[in-house]
Design a protein around this ligand. Structure first.
Ligand SMILES: *[C@@H]1O[C@H](CO)[C@@H](O)[C@H](O)[C@H]1NC(C)=O
Ligand SMILES: *[C@@H]1O[C@H](CO)[C@@H](O)[C@H](O)[C@H]1NC(C)=O
Ligand SMILES: *[C@@H]1O[C@H](CO)[C@@H](O)[C@H](O)[C@H]1NC(C)=O
Ligand SMILES: *[C@@H]1O[C@H](CO)[C@@H](O)[C@H](O)[C@H]1NC(C)=O
Ligand SMILES: *[C@@H]1O[C@H](CO)[C@@H](O)[C@H](O)[C@H]1NC(C)=O
Ligand SMILES: *[C@@H]1O[C@H](CO)[C@@H](O)[C@H](O)[C@H]1NC(C)=O
Ligand SMILES: *[C@@H]1O[C@H](CO)[C@@H](O)[C@H](O)[C@H]1NC(C)=O
Length: 313
């Protein structure tokens, strides 16, 4: 929303901005700010110290003429403020007389970094107000300082060969964050599946990363969110896991096999012993008939010996 009063002094601004560039009184600041916190936008021009405030005009406005604050003859003109900065700006009153027109910008939002915020100081002289000083502030905003939330398998039971999902989430991140995983105290180089939701209005990101690992390969898991702007890392809690166990179904399988083999072994044993008994019994029977035959054999041999002479005869 363009402000009609802002436009009335805009041509003067252009003229005097050129004067400032000539006198080298323009300065620029890059300031880091955290979303939701307050930030001080500096604008100090000691040369006006001692001058009555009635001889000074201060404009705080963005590159697109969005007015944050207008100080005219010592009176703060809130009429110049648009909704975007409503109830968010304050001068440090007691410093005005010392040429310190720094502005408190409360409850920083991500959009505050979209434009350079300028401070222009005009001073009254013989010909009226003329521009004496300007500065620009570029905010560099970071958001979210809470601990990322890490969720593991919870109380769900799993076996050594199962894949377990770990979910790391964080909301209200700015700028776009990076999620890193630490598995068994080492940076994990897997490929988690990542979901990034971007709120087009607030510009904030919600991030969620799902890491899937085989249970037998996990001792500890932790996720880390890296702010890509200030490189600050925020660590989740660390989840620790006891050695994985085989599930009850895994335990039953070998047990069943043992029973099956046991039954089969028993059956085999019975069959074998049956055969053995049968053989023994049979061999006993045959051996008794054999022993009965022995004399017969002998008799035959005897006979043969007897026969031999017979044949010899
Ligand atoms: C600013 O504050 C006033 C009074 O507390 C309130 O009525 C108004 O809605 C606020 N404006 C915004 C944009 O929050
Ligand atoms: C101007 O005032 C602000 C707000 O009190 C203060 O933080 C800053 O240090 C002051 N700057 C100078 C140069 O005195
Ligand atoms: C931020 O500014 C608001 C509004 O001026 C004020 O109520 C609040 O106390 C300030 N917060 C801090 C941490 O200075
Ligand atoms: C796991 O079980 C314990 C005790 O039964 C309970 O206190 C805890 O809330 C459970 N955790 C989850 C994530 O369900
Ligand atoms: C684990 O995550 C994958 C996606 O990464 C999903 O397809 C699967 O259903 C999840 N498994 C469980 C048990 O939640
Ligand atoms: C991010 O999460 C918050 C809280 O659950 C929700 O209110 C917001 O709509 C989410 N933003 C996006 C872009 O999904
Ligand atoms: C887990 O397994 C490792 C070897 O695989 C062994 O050294 C360690 O003592 C086990 N820990 C527990 C708590 O059983």
């Amino acid at each position: 929303m363009k402000n009609p009063r802002a436009q009335t002094w805009s041509p003067t601004l252009i003229l005097t901005v050129l004067q400032i560039i000539g006198t080298g009184l323009a300065s620029n600041f890059q300031i880091k700010a955290n979303i939701g916190e307050n930030v001080t936008l500096p604008c100090v021009f000691p040369a006006v110290q001692g001058l009555p405030l009635t001889d000074i005009r201060v404009f705080w406005q963005t590159s697109s003429d969005d007015v944050l604050m207008y100080l005219d003859s010592g009176i703060v003109k809130r009429i110049h403020k648009t909704n975007r900065y409503s109830n968010r700006t304050h001068f440090f009153g007691e410093y005005l007389s010392r040429g310190n027109f720094s502005l408190l910008l409360a409850r920083v939002v991500a959009r505050d970094e979209e434009e350079v915020i300028h401070c222009y100081i005009q001073v009254k002289d013989n010909t009226g107000f003329s521009m004496r000083y300007s500065s620009g502030v570029q905010l560099e905003v970071s958001g979210c300082f809470s601990q990322p939330l890490l969720e593991g398998p919870g109380n769900n039971s799993y076996t050594c060969k199962d894949s377990i999902n770990f979910t790391c989430t964080s909301m209200g991140e700015y700028p776009k964050p990076q999620v890193e995983w630490v598995v068994n105290h080492e940076k994990h180089h897997g490929h988690p599946s990542e979901t990034l939701d971007h709120d087009l209005n607030t510009k904030l990101f919600n991030i969620s990363s799902i890491l899937t690992i085989t249970a037998s390969a996990v001792e500890t898991v932790q996720c880390v969110i890296r702010n890509t702007r200030n490189q600050k890392m925020r660590y989740s809690v660390q989840l620790s896991f006891p050695n994985c166990t085989y599930s009850t179904t895994d335990k039953e399988k070998p047990a069943l096999w043992i029973i099956a083999w046991g039954v089969l072994g028993l059956a085999l044993l019975m069959a074998v012993s049956g055969i053995v008994i049968f053989v023994i019994l049979k061999s006993r029977r045959t051996s008794s008939s054999d022993s009965a035959n022995v004399p017969a054999d002998r008799s035959t041999s005897d006979r043969s010996t007897e026969l031999a002479p017979l044949t010899q005869k």
